[in-house]
Design a protein around this ligand. Structure first.
Ligand code: UDX
Ligand code: ADP
Length: 473
């Protein structure tokens, strides 16, 4: 079976970059990315490549190369479904905000709507690929809908979870550690569908890196990978707090344990807390699945990763308040960074949002600067904070395009995202413009303590204790 036409439903952080790379690597395949959000599709079609809705290093160059050749962005969902041999479902699966499983289970309503739309429109056999992260056994629900409401055509369902990380999405897509394809290996049609997708990835990914499994293993592997990664961040963050109390240095500890080949050196950066659309959502989903099978100890075990992450964000803002003489009311505090990590404009679940909420509760004035996040997005993110209604909070939170203006006349600066440019700032100049004592709270550990102290800052670095703790008394 040779795939000539692909449709991807959902033009977000996953669908957009993934399809751009498939289109680049498979020039003979026509790839159409559809979305119901017209503004988003317009942005993907924008002549100015700086206006694409997703910022990812290397993405704009690929879109410039293939858009209009074999990559198309459109709102005509039905047409694209009808024309496609293979349909990727890449829509969002947020945590449920209502009903059973509220705050934990994944909300599958967008997935179900997609399945129903595919069933309604399809007039010939199709392969449907789950790309979004889904709870185990979602594929059977999709199959049920397709088989029972369709036009009598045959559907093969594959699970092909996405492992790309934002900020490095293009590199991750071009050189993946592995590609995982789950399908119905028990019948010939299922095997053919798997092979068709293997052929697509095989255009640029070595065959030994393409794993095929049953559908349930594939779905669960995605949740497991994210749970393990998030657990590593919470583990190192837990140790960062011990370091601060004991005088140990989390950066030395990370290096020392990372050299153990069983542990490995990646993903050991202490931080103000992990964010992003996946980690929290997937762990909550895992906790929900465990609970629904009565596996309460398993559920409690994974839930602790989230509890630790919430604690890390809260203790960062608590430290700002207590250091600034127990009050930040009326004081100006600058945030460097709002995105959940560097090299992305995505802010979903960003630690900055929770830290802002906590400081706004304490009546601080916040000055926000992020190199890639737009003001509109920041105001959107503070719409439903616990501290105050947005109409009030907007008076206390201002967004700046110039970082030096943001940091002018502040009582404190907090680094929330590890953007490289922050390391290059003229920190002497920043210091001159601040109220004294000038407090600097480095939630990403990117600046040099000695240098900052030489300039005159009172500098707090996550995971570094008071120097007085380090002497052998
Ligand atoms: C994650 C997974 O890595 C990816 O495989 C999956 O497809 C989607 O979820 P993403 O959320 O885009 O990717 O970014 P990731 O690099 O995993 O970072 C997640 C969060 O953890 C960020 O807030 C990041 O700053 C934080 N983090 C990561 C740390 O605080 N310390 C680390 O050492 C690594
Ligand atoms: P992700 O990070 O998983 O890519 P995003 O929220 O960035 O998530 O993107 C998901 C996209 O899916 C959104 O742009 C949303 O408009 C789109 N979407 C959701 N439901 C449908 C649907 N039924 N048809 C088309 N697009 C949809």
């Amino acid at each position: 079976m040779q795939i000539k036409s692909i449709c991807c439903i959902g033009a977000g952080y996953v669908g957009g970059p993934t399809m751009s790379v498939i289109a680049k690597k498979c020039p003979e395949v026509r790839v159409t990315v559809v979305d119901i959000n017209e503004a988003r599709i317009d942005a993907w079609n924008d002549k100015n490549y700086n206006s694409l809705p997703v910022f990812e290093p290397g993405l704009a160059e690929i879109v410039a190369e293939v858009r209009g050749e074999n990559l198309f962005f459109s709102t005509k969902v039905d047409k694209a479904i009808e024309e496609a041999d293979m349909i990727f479902i890449s829509v969002n699966t947020p945590t449920k905000t209502y009903g059973k499983g509220k705050g934990m289970a994944a909300d599958l309503k967008y997935i179900e709507l997609c399945a129903r739309q595919i069933a309604k429109v399809a007039k010939r056999d199709k392969i449907v690929v789950e790309k979004s992260t889904l709870p185990v056994r979602t594929a059977s629900a999709i199959k049920d809908i397709l088989d029972n409401t369709g036009n009598g055509v045959q559907f093969q369902i594959l699970s092909n979870p996405e492992f790309l990380a934002e900020g490095t999405a293009i590199q991750d897509l071009l050189n993946p550690d592995r590609v995982l394809i789950g399908g119905d290996i028990s019948n010939k049609k299922g095997e053919e569908a798997i092979n068709a997708l293997v052929e697509i990835y095989g255009k640029w990914v070595p065959k030994e890196k393409i794993l095929t499994t049953n559908v349930w293993s594939s779905e669960l592997s995605k949740l497991t990978a994210n749970a393990f990664l998030a657990q590593r961040v919470s583990s190192i963050n837990a140790m960062s707090e011990i370091c601060e109390k004991t005088g140990a240095d989390i950066y030395e500890v990370s290096r020392a344990i990372g050299m153990d080949s069983r542990i490995g050196s990646k993903f050991l950066n202490a931080s103000v807390g992990f964010g992003g659309s996946c980690f929290q959502k997937d762990i909550l989903n895992l906790v929900y699945i465990a609970k629904s099978y009565g596996l309460n100890e398993v559920a409690d075990y994974w839930e602790q990763v989230i509890i630790m992450n919430d604690h890390q964000k809260n203790r960062f803002s608590d430290n700002i308040v207590s250091t600034l003489y127990n009050t930040v009311s009326g004081k100006k505090i600058a945030f460097l960074g709002w995105a959940f990590k560097k090299n992305t404009n995505d802010t979903r679940e960003s630690a900055a949002i929770k830290v802002a909420d906590n400081l706004l509760s304490e009546q601080a004035n916040l000055a926000i600067y992020d190199p890639k996040v737009k003001e509109k997005q920041i105001y959107f993110d503070i719409e439903n904070l616990e501290s105050r209604p947005i109409s009030e909070n907007k008076k206390y939170l201002k967004v700046f395009e110039d970082p030096y203006k943001a940091m002018e006349n502040t009582h404190g600066i907090a680094i929330l995202t590890e953007w490289d440019e922050f390391k290059e700032y003229d920190w002497e100049k920043v210091y001159q413009q601040m109220n004294k004592p000038a407090f600097l709270f480095d939630g990403r550990g990117i600046l040099d303590k000695k240098e900052m102290e030489r300039i005159g800052f009172v500098y707090y670095k996550i995971g570094l204790g008071d120097e007085s703790n380090t002497s052998l008394k």
